[in-house]
Design a protein around this ligand. Structure first.
Ligand code: 5GP
Length: 180
């Protein structure tokens, strides 16, 4: 989906996103040279990012998905993490890369990281396309960040508001009336 009249402003264009992903993929390929990471995408928001990142990544990698939610359909976190879908691959002794669309409070990623460490992953690093540092509630070490953004609710490129806008090619901010 390219056009949407419910978007107030475009934060990152398709081209800006792709250029940044290329840079991130290059850095990951250097850091993981000679290894075969297990990439775990956090559903649903990270599905497009995972697809683009892995196609840019000049490394063999396995891929799986996990679905965890700390949101109930609105725009604020509840702090409760619910595991809705687990990975099907064994992460023991694997170099795990947790791939997220956006880190807000940090609760989701810090819990998922702990979970993978408890399951005996060899290493666990976090990749996120977007980060809102001003919203952090827990300290979580994020190794790869695409863009740091202000405290605004964004949609598109996999990210939703009430399951809408995920298929926008860019990342944008919604008009206020959409929330009413
Ligand atoms: P955290 O656990 O870091 O608070 O929340 C991470 C999750 O919150 C993300 O995976 C995403 O689903 C959701 N989230 C946080 N901020 C935004 C935002 O600005 N837009 C959208 N669409 N989702 C967000």
């Amino acid at each position: 989906m390219k056009n949407c009249n419910e978007i107030k402003s475009i934060m990152f264009s398709e081209q800006q996103i792709q250029e940044r992903i290329e840079q991130m993929a290059k850095q990951i390929a250097v850091d993981y040279a000679g290894r075969r990471p297990l990439v775990i995408g956090v559903l649903k928001g990270a599905w497009i990012f995972v697809a683009d990142l892995l196609r840019s990544l000049e490394l063999p990698a396995d891929v799986d998905f996990i679905c965890a939610s700390s949101y109930g359909g609105g725009t604020t976190t509840t702090g409760e993490l619910t595991l809705l879908k687990d990975i099907t691959m064994d992460c023991r002794r694997r170099d795990v890369l947790l791939v997220e669309d956006i880190i807000d409070s940090g609760i989701t990623l810090s819990r998922l990281k702990d979970m993978m460490i408890e399951r005996k992953a060899k290493s666990v690093n976090i990749v996120t396309l977007l980060s809102k540092p001003s919203r952090r509630k827990v300290d979580v070490d994020v190794k790869y960040v695409g863009f740091e953004i202000p405290d605004e609710f964004v949609v598109g490129y996999g990210m939703d508001y009430d399951e809408r806008f995920r298929t926008l090619n860019y990342i944008g901010v919604l008009k206020e009336e959409v929330y009413k």
